[in-house]
Write a protein that binds this ligand. Structure first.
Ligand code: SF4
Length: 641
């Protein structure tokens, strides 16, 4: 069979592995398949997924939904589309959007945080014809969005300065768009998908779905249907309404009493966490609400809390004095009231959730729920969409992601499913991987002696590294314990991530590392410095992954593991619920070093368990590891080459 001529491909040559991936995408879109693709960094997966999908979409009037988990991932998709347009001189329409509230020129910070509040505000402004942006229709603006491919930031600032609602304009154009770049939520969040599809007059069967960085998809779907309520939030809401709404104050105090009841039950059973039945909270609340002077249902209670929170926007709620302090307090009460309302609202969901009461913070217990099985949301979408491409550099093993997201061959009738793993196109010798003997962060082996040994090995390796280096730990606690034993010379070079740091502070750590040829970053696995951060220009010459970030055996972890064991058997239950989430974090951390074909990096996995069952089996097939107690010698050789 001859090679396909991908005429939209905007670069002079197609990389190793990239062609294979593009052929698979072409096959998936032409035959309506689901492709689950582990495509390592360097394959150029964005362009490889877009070229065949766009070609097919233009020919058949389908729409490509390019979904991302983070706003930062939009840029590469939009830049690639611009390149394709310029190269192929193809007349197609692509629209880049983020959430409605983040595009709205009128959204205040509280609207960014609480979608339900923003949505009511926006609906009422439209209905009462009070939003001037919504009322203005500007053909010229729409034409420009159609003609130019704009980054969402440019689209928003340009629409705002033209006096047009950016979200409305983007969706108006999206009716005729060939590509729609947006967040996962547009397709995997209940309530949003139907509205958007109705607005752009498309059905799921018209969509070619590309889920980028799809290793994030299971957690993202789970987190979309999850919420936590702390007792301090309930107390804060109750106190805030004490003088202005005695009835609701009383109702919230009853909710606080339910928390106390659960805390007593947990303590009585000597447990830090207990399962809570969905109906327990519903029935307890209904019982107390019916007995109040102004008897109300659970639903009325939520509605009343929401309208109190809305009143804060117009009246200042608790008659806050016109001082900054008064306004600040008023905002805190509003946030607390909204958090309680949103939590109680979400608690009613019909989807199967884990529901847990936790005393892990003794003086501030919490109640939380989380969707158990993300496939209940994703499977119906994959079944109906024309075709789906799930891709990531760490979608490994593809079989697990297919199972967890409901795209396994036996799950969706009438759709073929292809699971593919592509090889890295970068020279193998540019990435050396070693696993150290004797060292571990295994819970039963943790001791001051082990911390000292690990710190000693980090210091030995650091002596020979030429350039930036990062050490990723399983937790902040282990980072602190091990860093305490690092010699002064290493401590002086250390750039340390702290739990309480904001995103901007973490970005600054990266800049410090980039500008300092001798810097050693100490950070955690699963954090923003080990996932998502793009270390440009081969900033990291060496990466040490200390230990395995296995979750402690919390009730949540055990429940998820038990759920998958019931569905797929005990072995897969353990792998899916416990081992693989940790391995994904390790692969993300280890993958920060090599971003282009000229980058070189030595990766040291500092835990002997990586060379043992079952962890070794969980790592990708191209992870060629050497098991050694002389990691520093590999380092010397690597930097001499
Ligand atoms: S219509 Fe547009 S500009 Fe007006 S409030 Fe809603 S999102 Fe904001």
């Amino acid at each position: 069979m001859g090679k396909t001529n991908f005429s939209l491909f905007p670069f002079s040559s197609i990389r190793k592995g990239q062609r294979e991936f593009m052929e698979d995408v072409k096959d998936a879109v032409e035959y309506g398949k689901i492709l689950v693709a582990h495509a390592p960094t360097g394959i150029g997966k964005t362009v490889a997924a877009l070229v065949p999908s766009l070609q097919y979409a233009v020919e058949t009037e389908k729409t490509v939904f390019f979904l991302t988990s983070k706003r930062s991932q939009h840029k590469i998709a939009v830049d690639t589309l611009k390149l394709i347009k310029k190269h192929a001189k193809l007349d197609f329409v692509a629209v880049d959007v983020t959430s409605k509230q983040s595009m709205c020129p009128r959204a205040t910070s509280i609207y960014q945080e609480y979608y339900s509040l923003f949505n009511e505000f926006c609906k009422s402004e439209q209905k009462n014809k009070r939003c001037r942006y919504f009322l203005k229709h500007d053909e010229e603006a729409l034409q420009r969005i159609k003609d130019e491919i704009m980054h969402v930031e440019d689209l928003c600032s340009w629409c705002t300065s033209s006096g047009v609602c950016p979200y409305k304009a983007a969706l108006d154009v999206a009716e005729n768009a060939d590509v729609f770049v947006c967040d996962y939520n547009y397709l995997f969040s209940a309530g949003i998908t139907e509205k958007v599809l109705e607005k752009i007059e498309k059905g799921l069967e018209d969509l070619i779905v590309i889920a980028d960085e799809a290793h994030n998809l299971p957690d993202r779907i789970r987190n979309n249907l999850s919420s936590e309520l702390r007792m301090s939030t309930v107390t804060g809401a109750a106190r805030g309404l004490r003088h202005t709404n005695r009835e609701m104050h009383g109702n919230l105090m009853e909710l606080e009493r339910i928390f106390t009841k659960l805390a007593m039950e947990a303590s009585k059973n000597n447990k830090e966490e207990i399962n809570v039945a969905k109906n327990f909270l519903l029935e307890e609340m209904e019982k107390v609400l019916r007995r109040r002077i102004e008897a109300m249902s659970y639903e009325d209670f939520i509605d009343s809390l929401k309208s109190i929170a809305e009143d804060f926007e117009t009246t200042g709620g608790i008659k806050a004095k016109a001082t900054d302090g008064g306004k600040y307090k008023s905002e805190i009460v509003q946030r607390n009231v909204l958090s309680v309302a949103d939590f109680l609202d979400g608690w009613r969901t019909r989807e199967k959730c884990l529901r847990i009461f936790s005393l892990s913070q003794k003086d501030n217990p919490s109640l939380y729920f989380k969707l158990l099985d993300p496939s209940v949301i994703s499977e119906p979408i994959f079944a109906k969409a024309h075709s789906t491409i799930m891709m990531s550099g760490t979608l490994c093993p593809t079989e697990m992601y297919a199972d967890v997201l409901g795209a396994a061959p036996d799950r969706i009738k009438g759709k073929k499913i292809a699971l593919r793993e592509y090889k890295s196109p970068f020279p193998e010798e540019n990435r050396v991987i070693v696993v150290t003997k004797e060292l571990t962060t295994k819970y039963t082996k943790r001791s001051e002696e082990m911390y000292r040994k690990v710190a000693g090995k980090i210091a030995e390796v650091a002596k020979y590294v030429r350039g930036g280096m990062a050490v990723f730990f399983p937790s902040y606690a282990l980072l602190k314990n091990i860093a305490a034993y690092l010699p002064e010379g290493v401590k002086r070079r250390a750039i340390v991530e702290r739990r309480e740091m904001k995103k901007e502070e973490k970005n600054r750590l990266y800049e410090m590392l980039r500008d300092d040829n001798e810097g050693i970053l100490l950070a955690v696995q699963g954090g923003s410095l080990s996932e998502g951060m793009d270390y440009e220009s081969n900033t990291l010459k060496a990466i040490i992954v200390v230990g395995l970030p296995l979750s402690p055996p919390t009730l949540e972890v055990k429940t998820i593991e038990g759920y998958y064991a019931g569905k797929y058997g005990a072995e897969k239950g353990r792998l899916y619920g416990y081992h693989y989430p940790a391995i994904t974090k390790v692969l993300q951390a280890a993958g920060r070093g090599i971003r282009s074909e000229h980058d070189r990096c030595i990766i040291i996995l500092m835990d002997y368990r990586f060379a043992q069952f079952p962890y070794k089996k969980c790592l990708p097939s191209d992870f060629n590891m050497t098991f050694t107690d002389r990691a520093e010698e590999f380092c010397i050789n690597f930097f001499q080459r």
